[in-house]
Write a protein that binds this ligand. Structure first.
Ligand SMILES: *Cc1c(COP(=O)(O)O)cnc(C)c1O
Length: 229
């Protein structure tokens, strides 16, 4: 499923994974933070089971997928083999996929609008299953990007909690692609603090160390572990 035509080399994935683990740990230390306070979400979108297994075999637990259908196709056998695996959805969710999102994932990082919050709340009640929920913030205020506007985030989190009875555990963002991410990471950290939330999911392959320095509690790393997509 990867675009790579080379024969798959599981030890290359293993080495890349261990090296990212090490860099995450060191970035936390360098920032004067407890390395245990920063979690690595291994982003497996577009990669098949063969690529994911070496990382699971290392005992890794947290994984991110951006498409619900793809995750539901790929992960059931992997979960059977590795029951401790936890799956985060990190991509946009259509309201009519709320049922699948609640049934299948351990954390939904992309709660970004009232309609989706209402649909998730209904499913959580119906299914008696409560994945962890993060609110996605469109921190660069980019028109094409999902997420709640930064100055509406506080009201939206409150609405999720009071109107829909949801418990919001944290915030997530994808900063603008071409800009220096640091000012956006710092804005997110301030927002997390202001709202008194625990988790902050930000930082990808190219910028996770800067995200950790700014206060990320989860970093989402794909290509630096699994290769180019
Ligand atoms: C793909 C993706 C990532 C990982 O990106 P890499 O650059 O491959 O590390 C992180 N977050 C989201 C929301 C993604 O879609």
């Amino acid at each position: 499923m990867s675009t790579d035509d080379q024969p798959f080399n599981s030890s290359a994935v293993e080495d890349a994974y261990l090296s990212i683990r090490e860099r995450v740990w060191r970035a936390a230390q360098n920032a004067g933070r407890d390395p245990a306070s920063v979690k690595l979400v291994a982003v497996t979108k577009t990669f098949d089971a063969e690529h994911i297994r070496p990382v699971l075999r290392q005992g890794h637990v947290l994984f991110g997928e951006n498409r619900i259908q793809e995750a539901m196709r790929k992960w059931p056998p992997l979960r059977e083999e590795f029951p401790r695996a936890e799956l985060h959805v990190i991509g946009p969710i259509q309201t009519n996929k709320a049922r699948e999102a609640v049934a299948f994932f351990d954390c939904i990082e992309t709660v970004d609008r009232p309609k989706l919050a209402a649909a998730l709340a209904q499913e959580i009640q119906k299914q008696g299953r409560a994945p962890k929920l993060f609110v996605q913030v469109n921190i660069g205020e980019e028109p094409q990007k999902a997420g709640i506007a930064p100055d509406e985030a506080a009201a939206f989190v409150r609405q999720c909690e009071r109107e829909y009875g949801l418990s919001i555990a944290g915030l997530m963002c994808i900063p603008p692609f071409d800009d220096d991410p640091v000012p956006f990471f710092e804005k997110m950290a301030a927002l997390r603090k202001e709202l008194g939330l625990l988790d902050l999911s930000m930082g990808m392959s190219g910028d996770f160390e800067a995200a950790i320095a700014a206060g990320a509690t989860l970093v989402r790393v794909g290509s630096a572990i699994f290769g180019v997509r």
